[in-house]
Design a protein around this ligand. Structure first.
Ligand SMILES: Cc1cc2nc3c(=O)[nH]c(=O)nc-3n(C[C@H](O)[C@H](O)[C@H](O)COP(=O)(O)O)c2cc1C
Length: 355
């Protein structure tokens, strides 16, 4: 069965075609990855590829409480231990770099952190904080050219340090309404310089950043996540050049030869609207490389359907939270345990490593 067969992801051998999706779990007290997290990932290393929870490349990028970073020596040491734990179990580990941009609260940022975004456009909605509960998002500072360059350099520095300690690759989070998608979307990017306006300009921040990270760690160690038609975090998907934008991105990324494109599919329970076009197939066609996608997979049949549609790897999110031995359970058709949603973002082992 193809799902359980190995897959060559550029120079890395995945033991199967099941990917543990990136999931924020807010267990990184003081934003430092810890032993509890290493245990959590070790338990789930039946996956061919594990993509870490969203991890900030910058003090400015910490949107949610207790999310990890990858910009300090202590954080990099923490990720080293996690990479070692995952490798012991024969899985491959990409770390997701998530800069939250305007989707944050200053309550969640250290003193020197600053809420920045392509334009000074506030996101609707609220952010959870440990200090004040739910608070409204704030109007971000519009990034200057210096901010853009400094932020890109933060991605590069993190990527280099992570590879140095044995992490296999990084996934740039350009989905779900965070900083990179804030540049792509014309409702959050109102710039009139080279980084705003037509779709090529709006893609510039993402493509430039990918190029810089590729130059630093190699294209084979870089992936990216997109969520076309997604509406998380006040993204609005009703803009005219959406298909042109994603075809352009996929074509540029093909030329760069990155390891994969990962496409979020949050239709159904996750609340995204129906896709207006066959955007996943369109991206696959233009990229012509490895594409990961999924959504609501809770059986081997559903995972196989993703592969049968011509995609290469199937991501699984929530089922991995409550079934550390998910791959074995899928293989043998065993019933899955349901996740406890109230414990998704709490601190401590309960609802985390005790399934
Ligand atoms: C608790 C939780 C945290 C999540 N955090 C992230 C994240 O940090 N980065 C990301 O790209 N997606 C995140 N997602 C989205 C998942 O990666 C995935 O796309 C989503 O859960 C749908 O897949 P599923 O139906 O298999 O659960 C998160 C989802 C959940 C449930």
């Amino acid at each position: 069965m193809k799902l359980f067969e190995p897959f060559d992801l550029k120079n890395k051998k995945l033991k199967n075609r099941i990917v543990m999706a990136p999931m924020t779990r807010s267990r990184a007290v003081d934003n430092i990855p810890n032993a509890l997290m290493a245990n959590y990932y070790r338990q789930r290393a039946g996956a061919g590829l594990i993509i870490s929870e969203g991890t900030s490349p910058s003090v400015n990028g910490l949107g949610y409480p207790r999310i990890p970073g990858a910009y300090s020596p202590a954080q990099i040491e923490g990720w080293k231990a996690i990479a070692d734990a995952i490798h012991e179990k024969g899985s491959v580990f990409f770390l997701q770099l998530m800069h939250c941009g305007r989707v944050t609260s200053s309550e969640n940022l250290p003193e020197m952190g600053e809420t920045i975004a392509p334009s000074a456009v506030k996101a609707a909605g609220e952010m959870m904080t440990d200090t004040k509960g739910l608070v409204a998002h704030e109007t971000p500072k519009k990034m200057t050219h210096e901010d853009i360059e400094a932020t890109q350099q933060e991605y590069v520095n993190c990527a280099q340090n992570l590879i140095r300690v044995g992490v296999d690759g990084v996934e740039l989070h350009s989905a779900n309404g965070y900083l990179m998608e804030q540049f792509l979307n014309p409702k959050s990017n109102l710039r009139t310089d080279d980084y705003g306006g037509n779709f090529k300009n709006r893609a510039r921040f993402v493509i430039e950043t990918v190029k810089k990270v590729v130059a630093a760690i190699g294209a084979e160690n870089v992936g990216i996540r997109f969520s076309p038609y997604g509406e998380m975090n006040d993204m609005q998907s009703d803009y005219d050049d959406l298909v042109s934008l994603y075809v352009y991105l996929a074509t540029e990324l093909k030329a760069l030869g990155i390891a994969y494109i990962h496409i979020v599919d949050h239709r159904g329970e996750m609340g995204a609207p129906q896709f207006k076009t066959d955007i996943k197939e369109t991206i696959k066609g233009a990229f012509a490389g490895t594409v990961i996608t999924g959504g609501e997979i809770d059986s081997k049949e559903k995972a196989q359907e993703v592969l049968a549609h011509g995609f290469d790897l199937a991501y699984i999110g929530r089922s991995f939270i409550s079934n550390p031995d998910l791959v074995e359970k899928l293989k043998h058709g065993k019933a899955l345990t349901k996740p406890k949603e109230a414990l998704f973002y709490t601190s401590g082992a309960e609802g985390y490593t005790d399934y």
